[in-house]
Design a protein around this ligand. Structure first.
Ligand code: GLN
Length: 476
């Protein structure tokens, strides 16, 4: 039977003839069929994936050189454009919409030999932390079907967790890769802002959004990042810095590092006591291994969530104004009097409740009388956070924290207040506010049976060091 551990081992098996790309695709198609109740995928590209696998097998047998992601079976969150395939952002407003071009990240995956097996369920327009905001139903956590997988990239996390693909691409605006990775017990990497092109990624909050990677181990994430990162003529926000060969750096010996953690993160009242004690225990392990771990003050911790929600809703209200039902997407069937009415009906019918809430909030914080009190103020806090972060990374290599204050909660239990669910983003939104990379490593298990992770962040564009260190933590 096909058994997956990592890309390198899989490539070794392909080269000795122990397996084929077709066998790999068949294995995942079968797995997906057997786990349909998880609702991780919105659509499977079965015939196409098998055809590509066939071609790759034939080329390899002819002795053609293989690409770095040859035959790697990838699932993509339904916010990333793949030409000719449906793209819905898990929203009714984009029902029947087909992508007219592919995201740069997708073009690069395909050029490297990857096989895209399907598009994955998520929170509508990537807004949420539980996948319960999808217009196509919630996703279940494979470790406990009564619990959420996290969000917004819940389908992508579960697909890796339940062996429904080798790696997934998600997106992370405030934690949507790291938080579901934490809830599902897989690796979730959000690279630096500007590391991967956002061309073809449906925009939620453009100054925060970044494509991220789910995998079973750090080496796979490193290899995928190496392939999809880098400059792109289609996205001027991508940094013009070279992309290191991340996957080659994994084996180098690990020198002692300087690691900071924010006192306030561990003393936060919302933090599950068991998560706290396991993280504290891990800090002792790091110290015993020769690293220098120090607690530092972070007085701005309680401002990160409000700042994040002011700025992201503002950006979302502008980004989502393009969904008007005129050229594409859902258009109302109601008899309307005028154009404004048509927009109103189409948008009211097409957008779910959470997306409507955020458009309203964002419009409010940008409105004439409130702009300075909310939007300008939040921009000022963001700048303070950036300045503070630059200082921290002058003295330290990494910042560590829990990824999420609790483990995965039960489906249907957190709807009472939006603020409750917003506040749980406290440890993840910081990296997006300041643009640094963050990774969630599945190092822990709670006594309630659920996995949880350690978040590690580095200075912007320092993914090489971040991945190398993360790999050593996973191996230890
Ligand atoms: N939970 C956060 C939100 O709802 C993060 C979403 C994301 O990263 N896309 O905005």
């Amino acid at each position: 039977m096909f058994c997956y551990t990592d890309i390198k081992t899989y490539h070794g098996q392909l080269m000795t003839g122990a397996t084929t790309c077709v066998q790999a695709v068949q294995f995942y198609l079968n797995q997906i069929r057997q786990h349909q109740d998880l609702n991780a995928y919105l659509e499977i590209f079965a015939d196409e994936a098998l055809e590509i696998a066939n071609t790759l097998d034939a080329e390899r047998l002819q002795g053609k050189p293989i690409g770095p992601l040859h035959g790697v079976v990838v699932g993509i969150k339904d916010v990333i454009a793949y030409k000719g395939h449906a793209l819905s952002a898990a929203s009714k407003i984009l029902e029947n919409y087909k992508a007219v071009y592919s995201a740069t990240a997708i073009e690069k995956l395909i050029a490297a030999g990857a096989i895209i097996i399907g598009r994955q369920n998520c929170d509508e327009f990537a807004m949420g932390s539980s996948n319960e905001n999808s217009a196509f139903g919630p996703v279940k956590n494979a470790a406990d079907h009564e619990r959420v997988p996290g969000g917004s990239s819940g389908g992508s996390a579960v697909a890796v967790q339940a062996n429904l693909c080798m790696v997934s691409l998600g997106s992370d605006t405030g934690g949507s890769v790291r938080q579901p990775a934490d809830f599902c017990g897989v690796v979730g990497l959000k690279p630096s802002y500007g590391r991967i092109s956002r061309y073809g990624l449906i925009a939620y909050a453009s100054s925060f959004d970044q494509i991220g990677i789910f995998s079973k181990n750090v080496a796979d994430a490193a290899l995928v990042l190496e392939v999809i990162a880098g400059e792109d003529a289609m996205d001027s926000t991508v940094a013009s810095v070279a992309v290191p060969a991340y996957s080659q750096l994994m084996q180098a010996p690990m020198a002692p590092k300087k690691i900071a953690y924010f006192k306030e993160t561990l003393s936060h009242p919302g933090l599950d006591p068991e998560i706290k004690s396991q993280i504290e225990n891990h800090i002792s392990i790091l110290t015993a291994a020769g690293h220098c771990v120090e607690a530092i003050n972070f007085d701005l911790l309680n401002f990160v969530v409000p700042t994040y929600y002011v700025l992201t809703t503002a950006e979302a209200s502008s980004n989502l104004s393009r969904y008007d039902g005129i050229r594409f997407g859902h258009r109302t069937k109601e008899k309307v009097e005028d154009l404004a009415d048509m927009y109103k009906f189409s948008r009211t019918e097409g957008f779910g409740a959470e997306v409507q809430r955020r458009i309203l909030l964002g419009t409010f914080v940008l409105s004439a009388g409130y702009f300075d009190a909310y939007f300008t103020k939040a921009q000022q806090v963001r700048q303070k956070l950036v300045d503070f972060t630059n200082q921290v990374f002058k003295a330290y290599d990494f910042i560590i924290s829990p990824t999420v204050p609790t483990t995965a909660f039960k489906i249907g239990t957190k709807h009472a207040t939006a603020t409750e669910i917003f506040l749980a983003d406290i440890y993840t939104v910081y990296a997006n506010l300041v643009g640094v990379p963050g990774i969630s490593l599945p190092l822990f298990k709670h006594s309630n049976g659920m996995p949880f992770g350690l978040q590690v962040m580095s200075a912007s564009m320092e993914e090489a060091a971040l991945l190398h260190f993360s790999n050593s933590l996973m191996k230890a």
